[in-house]
Design a protein around this ligand. Structure first.
Ligand SMILES: [Ca+2]
Ligand SMILES: [Ca+2]
Ligand SMILES: [Ca+2]
Length: 930
């Protein structure tokens, strides 16, 4: 390749019959990239769904509609006009169930009449886990009622067969599947608008429409694909071979030890004390790691490859470290090879396992994806195996007794390098959004919108490669920045916004993460495995399982994490786990704004084994318990300084912690340094949509007083969350550039009057009391302001509560706004024209096909610009759909004319693209949003 190759995808929906799969043969070359991009102004959607049509009313008494789908169609998700439907579900925390063996019994006999009982699932959201199992069936107990008989294998996996697998796979204390949060997936549970039920064997999907949905015209999407895009370098996922593998030949007087509880792979090793004893293993591949332990009583090992001695190594160490790569062989021709280890000195030779590298490490390389939408996936494993949770979207693999696995992603990257995702959208997934797996390096996810996922948003790294010493196989150098990640974990409530396992030099920066059922960011794995035995002893652990973790040099910087912990417990907006610092560098947790949490015990939660962090310049506010938590002595060597909090509570029981209490702020009086953190947190200006609707948790709103915030209220709030206060005199204010503003709150019987100030002048008292609750109520509204900067302030005056859901702004955004993307070479900036332009400037394009794109949050947008004799037509595209052509031509020049306007859109994020199609110029002066 002599230049980048640009591959444009035209707009429209590409329904994939299998994942779009790229490998090493699709890599860029000579430093040039292959760029897969949207054709300018168009929105290509890679979809894993089939469209369902032909709905007819099936049960008029319940308003249930039905449509035929091919018999055998399997899916766990359905979307109607882009809105996620809910699998038919019973009430939350149903009363009256008793666990008896692996059955939940109840006096309620109605369950016994459920059809297709083996498709029914029970779900237990318990502490930090979701546990989910299909039923074997529903029977009638001798005394009557119903017995929900859980699939016995799944029940065992979620209870007795989930021993505490100990470090590095999990920590102390395991919740079990012991109660029912809800029962899911039976036709008989289809009783609420927005619920669906798929009868796969009969080939019907049933749906109860939400208000305003017309199934004769609705776009109903049934996802059937698990993955939409895969990038595959080699090798794939590597799983070690244990020392018990029957193809390992032990010569001499070896003995086998299991349950040593020192951190061995699968808790066992083979060992010998006789020099000259050997172990041989024939494998197919290009290399192999030898896993042993390091200790004072270990000694020399001669390593032979295909009969030739290639290395003499030593496993001697100053103290015991489990699962050490004592020898690594690489660069072999791909094929069958035999490695032989011969004991030469020391008291013991210990063999714990081998990791075979089947292919040379060859990443898929230098590929970029930009402006693409990935939508509609499902993930069927839970239908048969249930959901066997470890933590944060990491599961136990039900097919391998000791192996962890992770929720698959719509976009799966394996063993790749220099891969870039920029300005993409990933949504409506049945698993995770995007996953950088298996030693993916130097890759970036930036400026993307990842939302409405059943699993997590972004995953980086693995949980079973902690022992690596080969930097070529580590997950390192990746960046997740400037993304908007929200409403993840729609089905699997342990999922998080951004998850990272064992990683080195990962940067998670300037992301906005919100509306999660569990933590916002979870980085690191391994609990106290990398912590010295003295600390494990101080934690009162009965044994010391101690090895090394390659993690280090990671950074969590300048993120805004809000509205988290909405369902589960024992997490936080930013959560860290396990040892860092293995590469000698400190990881950094700085500049983050963490706020608005439910159920949490810490906002900055540095959990078991967290080490070598520098934690500073963070702002923690509103909701939750302590601003930082380090609960146990295996947490060590963390430097905490220069943070800001509205609560003084914290927990520091770590070892060697340099703890400086945060600057404690009351009444919203954040000092300038904290205000700077607040202003800088989250995506930078060029990645923020223009705002017509500003939600209550937007960092642009200043709250003074004792506001609290609640997510997940389920009362119809915008983004399902509000800020509220009980103290008269508390205020919220917003400075905006625009011509109008509305205060959006709630009317309820426990509310009173608020006073609204505009640019410092009182507009009077406004009553928010009402006998019935009204969500998203407009409390105050004004328009016709001069197009400039204004400040609106709401002050609680009386009543029990005052509630703020957000502001609706008629915003005015100049053509220089960083949220506008100008595409094409002909764009020019013309300041100081003196023609009456807004801010006396415009952008103009002279080439047909050049375009301007704006992403905005709100309900409408207008292009206000010049019309003139040298202007012509422009094609309008809104949310990827062509909206026709408008004309800016006029007989003479008129500044600031409304050329295109759309309003009444569903509240949310939208994208408008204007493409020049005629005339001499396309001129952009300003956009107004609402
Ligand atoms: Ca072992
Ligand atoms: Ca809100
Ligand atoms: Ca302008």
């Amino acid at each position: 390749m002599a230049a980048d190759i640009d591959v444009y995808l035209r707009g429209g929906t590409y329904r994939l019959s299998q994942a779009f799969s790229l490998g090493t043969q699709d890599s860029g070359q000579n430093g040039h990239k292959v760029v897969w991009a949207n054709y300018p102004g168009e929105v290509p959607v890679l979809s894993g769904a089939q469209q369902v049509t032909g709905f007819s009313l099936y049960d008029s008494s319940k308003n249930i509609y039905r449509a035929a789908v091919p018999v055998g169609t399997q899916s766990r998700q359905l979307f109607v006009n882009g809105v996620r439907a809910q699998r038919a579900r019973g009430p939350l925390n149903p009363a009256g169930f008793t666990l008896s063996g692996s059955s939940f019994t109840t006096a309620d006999s109605s369950y016994a009449s459920f059809t297709d009982a083996a498709s029914v699932e029970v779900v237990d959201d318990n502490a930090w886990k979701q546990m989910r199992c299909p039923l074997a069936g529903i029977t009638v107990p001798s005394g009557g009622g119903s017995s929900l008989d859980v699939d016995p294998t799944c029940f065992r996996n979620n209870n007795t067969a989930v021993p505490n697998r100990q470090f590095p796979f999990n920590g102390a204390g395991l919740p079990a599947l012991s109660s029912i949060s809800y029962v899911e997936n039976a036709y008989q549970l289809l009783d609420s608008p927005g619920e669906f039920y798929l009868n796969s064997s009969a080939g019907f999907v049933y749906y109860m429409p939400r208000g305003g949905q017309d199934l004769s015209t609705a776009d109903v999407e049934l996802p059937t694909r698990e993955t939409l895009l895969t990038l595959n370098g080699t090798p794939g996922h590597l799983v070690p071979v244990n020392d018990t593998d029957p193809s390992i030949t032990y010569n001499g007087s070896w003995s086998y030890s299991s349950a040593r509880a020192v951190g061995d792979l699968y808790d066992d090793v083979h060992s010998t004390t006789v020099n000259g004893d050997s172990a041989s293993y024939t494998f197919t591949g290009t290399g192999i790691d030898v896993l042993s332990e390091a200790n004072t009583d270990e000694g020399g090992i001669d390593v032979y490859v295909d009969g030739t001695k290639t290395q003499s190594v030593s496993a001697a160490g100053t103290s015991r470290l489990a699962q050490q790569v004592v020898a690594s062989v690489g660069g072999l021709s791909k094929g069958r090879h035999t490695v032989k280890l011969v004991k030469t000195s020391g008291t013991f030779l210990v063999l714990d396992g081998f990791t075979v590298v089947p292919d040379a490490v060859t990443p898929a390389l230098d590929i970029t994806f930009q402006g693409l939408t990935f939508a509609y996936t499902t993930w069927m494993l839970p239908a048969t195996a249930g959901y066997i949770d470890n933590q944060a979207g990491v599961l136990w693999d039900p097919s391998h007794a000791d192996a962890p696995t992770r929720i698959p992603a719509a976009v799966q990257v394996h063993r790749s390098s220099n891969i870039t995702f920029a300005g993409d959208e990933i949504t409506h997934t049945g698993g995770t959004g995007i996953d950088l797996a298996d030693g993916t390096q130097s890759s970036t996810i930036t400026g993307s919108f990842i939302h409405d996922t059943s699993g997590g948003g972004v995953s980086v790294g693995e949980v079973d490669d902690y022992y690596l010493t080969d930097t070529g196989r580590m997950t390192t150098g990746d960046t997740v920045s400037e993304n908007w990640i929200d409403h993840v974990g729609q089905d699997y409530s342990d999922a998080v916004g951004i998850w990272a396992g064992y990683t080195r030099n990962l940067a998670i920066s300037h992301n906005d993460i919100g509306h999660t059922p569990y933590s916002g960011i979870s980085l690191g794995w391994g609990w106290g495995y990398a912590s010295p035995c003295s600390m494990q002893s101080a934690q009162h652990l009965a044994s010391c399982r101690h090895g090394t973790i390659y993690a280090g040099g990671n950074q969590i910087l300048d993120n805004h994490v809000h509205d988290v912990m909405n369902i589960l417990y024992d997490g936080g907006p930013i959560y860290t786990n396990g040892g860092q610092g293995n590469d000698g560098s400190t990881s950094v947790l700085a500049g983050n704004l963490v706020e608005v949490t439910n159920h949490t015990n810490n906002k900055l939660y540095q959990d078991e084994g967290s080490s070598y962090w520098n934690t500073y310049d963070n702002v923690a506010r509103i909701g939750g318990g302590g601003w930082i938590g380090m609960w146990t002595p295996t947490i060590h060597d963390i430097n905490i300084h220069d943070n800001y909090s509205d609560t003084s509570a914290y927990n520091n029981r770590g070892t060697n912690i340099t703890f400086n209490q945060a600057t404690i702020v009351s009444g919203g009086a954040w000092p300038p340094a904290a205000q700077a953190v607040i202003a800088a947190a989250g995506p930078d200006a060029g990645y923020r949509p223009m705002t017509g609707r500003i939600d209550d948790d937007d960092t642009a709103i200043s709250y003074t007083g004792s506001w609290t915030a609640n997510g997940n209220r389920g009362l119809g709030d915008y983004d399902d969350a509000v800020h509220a206060t009980q103290a008269d005199g508390d205020s919220a204010s917003l400075t905006f550039t625009g011509t109008g503003v509305s205060v959006v709150g709630e009317r309820s019987s426990d509310q009173g009057q608020v006073e609204v100030f505009l640019d410092g002048t009182s507009k009077g008292l406004f009553d928010t009391s009402s006998t019935t609750r009204q969500a998203q109520a407009v409390v105050y509204s004004t328009s016709g302001l001069s197009a400039g900067s204004h400040t609106v302030q709401v002050v609680k005056r009386n009543g029990t509560w005052s509630t703020l859901d957000g502001f609706e702004v008629t915003g005015v955004h100049n053509d220089t706004d960083p949220a506008i993307t100008y595409t094409g070479a002909s764009w020019q900036y013309y300041p100081s024209r003196g023609f009456g332009d807004y801010q006396n400037d415009v952008h103009a394009a002279a080439a047909n096909g050049d375009s301007a794109t704006v992403t905005f949050t709100g309900t409408g947008i207008s292009l206000v610009t010049e019309t003139n004799s040298d202007e012509g037509t422009l094609a309008v595209s809104l949310d990827g759909a062509a909206k026709g052509t408008v004309n800016a031509n006029a007989t003479s020049r008129h500044a600031q004319q409304t050329v295109y306007a759309v309003s009444g859109l569903p509240i949310g994020r939208h994208t408008l693209t204007l493409t020049k199609t005629g005339g001499t110029y396309l001129v952009i002066d300003r956009f107004d949003t609402q």
